[in-house]
Design a protein around this ligand. Structure first.
Ligand SMILES: Cc1cc2nc3c(=O)[nH]c(=O)nc-3n(C[C@H](O)[C@H](O)[C@H](O)COP(=O)(O)OP(=O)(O)OC[C@H]3O[C@@H](n4cnc5c(N)ncnc54)[C@H](O)[C@@H]3O)c2cc1C
Length: 300
């Protein structure tokens, strides 16, 4: 029997990995991604410069055959280094011994390795194709796509569609209108902003590398993960509103005033903070629940 072509919407972290796994099982797979090919054009929305990969992630990457090329560019982190306002540092190990670590890896390098491996496995990837939605017909599913370059709209017929197009999924949005599909989603009142601690002289690291640095401040926090080039990818998590929220940090001077009393040691390592703050991306948090018939929905 001929295997169905699987259509996947999105080519972020999960989709190429899933596509490789499906190829390993003999399915033809086609991906449609809204953005340009990040191997050729710089990505504008960073969604955190780096991320932490745990044993589960490593297992999946091993199965996809991409872990061996990434293992030289990851930094193992044995625990959290809590950086209190008093200046006290508290190390909280992740595991029982120093072999139990999570690993800091460049999100772009990880995504590129997965895209390369997916194409090498025979997956077809179409970039700059934004899914507008999909409709069920008697013959299958019709996926509507917008060509982000030419502006043209097309429709393709698909047998199986997997919507993995991120937290604001167009596929899920469309499915929410299908009979029997129940969706609940809630925007949290928190957002994040990506920042960078630059490398020191000769590409040296300004802080400990074997830890996730966390500046816990009750309702808000800053975190930093090391990169192999000596920089740290930081994420500032704040409520949107309020005196200590993003709305209050509307100008460069307010950003520069906010950091010293809240994150004095981080501020000392961020000479370009204000420019960095307004140049970099960020996002909001979304909590989503699903119910379709009697099937449990996917989790985010
Ligand atoms: C600030 C932050 C820090 C994080 N840190 C970690 C971490 O340290 N470790 C960890 O394991 N996870 C981390 N995560 C979670 C991780 O980023 C997600 O679990 C992961 O990105 C999910 O992968 P995905 O492929 O489902 O979605 P995404 O990575 O969001 O990819 C979705 C893709 O779909 C594309 N797309 C969107 N809409 C459409 C459309 N309409 N048509 C076509 N394509 C579309 C997007 O361009 C994107 O390429 C973090 C998340 C955030 C926000």
């Amino acid at each position: 029997m001929k295997a169905s072509i699987i259509t996947i919407v999105g080519a972020g972290l999960v989709e190429p990995l899933l596509a490789i796994s499906l190829r390993q099982r003999g399915f033809p797979v086609v991906l449609y991604e809204r953005r340009g090919d990040m191997r050729r054009v710089p990505v504008s929305d960073g969604r955190s410069i780096n991320l932490a990969v745990s044993a589960h992630g490593i297992y999946a990457l091993q199965q996809a055959g991409v872990w061996s090329e990434l293992r030289d560019i990851v930094i193992p982190m044995g625990g959290r280094l809590m950086r209190l306002l008093t200046g006290e540092l508290i190390f909280q190990p992740y595991g029982e011994d120093e072999t139990e670590v999570i690993n800091s890896v460049s999100r772009a390098a990880l995504n590129i390795a997965l895209l390369d491996a997916a194409e090498a496995a025979g997956v077809v990837i179409h970039f700059q194709r934004r899914c507008l939605g999909c409709a069920r017909t008697d013959d299958g599913i019709v996926v509507r796509l917008h060509d982000e370059e030419s502006g043209r709209e097309t429709s393709i017929a698909a047998e199986v569609v997997i919507g993995a197009d991120g937290s604001s999924s167009a596929v899920r949005e469309e499915m929410s209108r299908w009979p029997g599909f129940r969706l609940s989603q809630e925007r949290l009142n928190y957002g994040y902003k990506e920042l960078t601690i630059p490398a020191g002289q000769g590409g040296s690291h300004a802080m400990e590398t074997r830890a996730v640095h966390i500046w816990p401040r009750g309702p808000y926090m800053l975190i930093a993960l090391p990169n192999v080039d000596g920089t740290y990818g930081c994420i500032l998590f704040l409520p949107f509103e309020g005196e200590r929220g993003f709305a209050a940090l509307a100008s460069k001077s307010r950003v520069v005033d906010f950091f010293p009393p809240n994150f004095p040691d981080a501020f000392a390592l961020m000479p370009n903070l204000a420019a960095n703050y307004f140049a970099n991306g960020g996002g909001s948090a979304l909590a989503t629940g699903y119910e379709a018939g009697h099937d449990p929905g996917p989790n985010e």
